[in-house]
Design a protein around this ligand. Structure first.
Ligand code: FAD
Length: 562
């Protein structure tokens, strides 16, 4: 019996497909990209022309644990939000169980559900959230705030052994920009608003938040804050930690109100404490974010470098220079090859290479197997953009690179939110792919990169696969940058066991070489084993003490981060 009190389906809140990325009916196709299948065959041995191995699973085949929701709890929640906003149907509960990491996708496709939320509740106001928190205290419930469900750090799933009623608190009805202080460039925005909701409402008044993670279309402001997210244009607009100025966080003793101040000296930063808290310190209902006027001009230019090292050094030189681009990104040769393989022959980078760029590289004596593609973005007044393009062009030239204009950047910009669909497609064909990203000082980036390659190589050998590891640098800072690695292989029967070996090798290398466990994906359950190594045992103990002392009843998303 799977019926529990509560409605079967919920209000009109956008969710991703339960078994993969994005909206139903949209998928990755390679038929119009003739170089893609040969690339995948060469790099990981998977034959994409063979029939799909799996494909979208059938929901009816899943064995979903029954909801433990009791009548008193259901009616307490219904009194707060209305009956239609308390939902205990199987599909809703499954959608709210996991994020979108490879571990999540393998489990959900395989029907592995150690614990599923018992009920999903949809508040529409902060005062409803406060009443739900009070009900959680009274009825001894677990509350797991849910934004877009896009995290890849294991930040959402209920702990397997949890005996109490688990409530997924879906923030999706809190999706409005409430107010813009045009004088200060500050916008009050509800935490459940997804990327497109936010930009649509801000753009209508001439403003932008400037936060564009690759998951933009399906993630929320509250989720970004709770995981310390970073978007593509972070070099100009900052990470979400910089963008977030004020916060409202609902806790059992009241609402923590942090006013939007440009800077403040009020002891340890509560704002920083909430950033990255992954639901463990309360429910973020509202964020006051710094916003910017929509720039007059916005361009992303593409460049090529002869080697990865040259590209890396150029990004460092740009960070040290007077130039202030919005995006600095360079892919290593493997990722460059992948970009070429995914672009249509008649368009983008492939077309450029065919039109003579490749000949030019050969004339310069470049080894074509080592070339690295870079995208650098510029935003602001025409004068600012022109000046910055000139400054960057000089640096690129000094490091042996050259620019190939706007065309590929336009395409990259248009297509970047489609890329996540590729992973589901790869899984359908027996592949496993995921990412690990870090940040480290400039002085440590190259040794770290080399060690990650060595460690992943050993891991691939250990699990007996021909693995592919790709990397890019993005998000540059004064003292260092983020390195982002994507790994892929054809898995055997124990896909997640194989994944664990590779993931651990890469994460260990990050820590050993002076990098952090994650630059922008958070800790969750996935990265928790490396927390003490990253911030010291005493540091991790301090975080644990904070959670224990502020949530002795273990209501708020227990088990995550520490
Ligand atoms: P969820 O996944 O719903 O929740 C994440 C955590 O935040 C959970 O612990 C949850 O309890 C907590 N939480 C959510 N809302 C609240 C709230 N209102 N109050 C308190 N706690 C809350 N991340 C980046 O930073 N940059 C990227 O470019 C990027 N690209 C991605 C691409 C893909 C294909 C995927 C799958 C993920 C990507 N991510 C990226 C990771 C993910 O999108 C981020 O972690 C994002 O910030 C999660 O937001 P969400 O709204 O989906 O949160």
């Amino acid at each position: 019996p799977k019926t529990a009190p509560g409605a079967a389906t919920g209000p009109d809140v956008k969710h991703m497909k339960w078994w993969g990325w994005g909206v139903e009916g949209v998928a990755f196709h390679h038929e119009d990209k003739p170089n893609f299948a040969p690339f995948v065959k060469k790099m990981v041995g998977v034959d994409l022309w063979a029939d799909a191995v799996t494909g979208a699973p059938s929901f009816d085949d899943l064995d979903i644990p029954a909801s433990h929701l009791t009548e008193p709890v259901a009616s307490a929640l219904a009194t707060i939000v209305g009956e239609g906003n308390v939902v205990s149907g199987d599909l809703e509960r499954v959608v709210h169980t996991y994020g979108k990491s490879i571990r999540d996708l393998f489990r959900i496709r395989g029907g592995v559900f150690p614990r599923v939320p018992d009920v999903v509740v949809y508040p529409a106001t902060e005062s409803e959230v406060a009443k739900i928190v009070a009900a959680a205290v009274e009825h001894d419930l677990v509350l797991i705030p849910f934004g877009g469900g896009s995290n890849i750090a294991g930040s959402l799933e209920p702990m397997a052994q949890e005996q109490r009623t688990v409530v997924s608190l879906d923030m999706g009805r809190l999706d409005r920009v409430l107010d813009i202080d045009e004088d200060a460039g500050l916008a009050r925005i509800q935490a459940g608003a997804q990327g497109p909701d936010i930009e649509e409402q801000l753009n209508a008044k001439g403003w932008t938040l400037g936060h564009f993670p690759d998951s933009f279309t399906h993630s929320t402001l509250g989720g970004w804050v709770a995981t310390r997210s970073s978007g593509m244009q972070s070099d100009k607009f900052g990470d979400i930690a910089d963008i977030t100025r004020g916060l409202r966080v609902v806790r059992p003793e009241g609402v923590v109100v942090l006013r939007p101040l440009p800077s403040t000296s009020t002891g340890p930063s509560l704002r920083e404490m909430i950033l990255g808290s992954e639901g463990r310190l309360g429910i973020i209902t509202e964020v006051t974010a710094q916003v910017h006027r929509i720039p007059e001009k916005r361009e992303i230019l593409a460049y090529f470098f002869p080697t990865w090292e040259a590209g890396l050094r150029a990004m460092q030189a740009i960070a040290e220079s007077d130039a202030t681009p919005s995006v600095t990104r360079v892919s290593n040769s493997f990722e460059t090859e992948m970009s070429l393989a995914t672009s249509k022959e008649s368009k983008g980078i492939s077309a450029l290479l065919n039109q003579g760029v490749q000949k030019f590289m050969q004339l310069k004596g470049w080894d074509l197997s080592k070339i690295c593609l870079s995208f650098i973005g510029y935003e602001g007044s025409s004068e600012h953009v022109d000046r910055n393009e000139k400054l960057v062009s000089k640096i690129v030239k000094k490091h042996g690179g050259f620019g190939v204009g706007k065309g590929p950047g336009v395409l990259y910009d248009q297509k970047k939110f489609d890329t996540p669909y590729l992973r589901d497609f790869f899984m359908d064909h027996g592949g496993a792919a995921d990412v690990s990203e870090t940040a480290a000082p400039w002085s440590k980036l190259l040794p770290l990169y080399n060690e990650v390659y060595a460690a992943a190589g050993r891991a691939f050998e250990k699990i007996g696969v021909q693995g592919l590891l790709m990397a890019h640098l993005s998000h540059s800072y004064h003292s260092g940058a983020c390195l982002y690695f994507t790994f892929a292989f054809e898995h055997g029967d124990d896909a997640l066991g194989q994944y664990d070996v590779v993931k651990k090798a890469i994460q260990d290398a990050f820590i050993q070489e002076g990098g952090t466990l994650s630059h922008h994906h958070g800790v969750g359950l996935e990265h928790a084993p490396w927390l003490a190594d990253d911030v010291s045992a005493a540091g991790a103990g301090l975080v644990q003490t904070l959670f224990d002392a502020t949530d002795s009843q273990r209501i708020f998303n227990p088990g995550k981060v520490t």
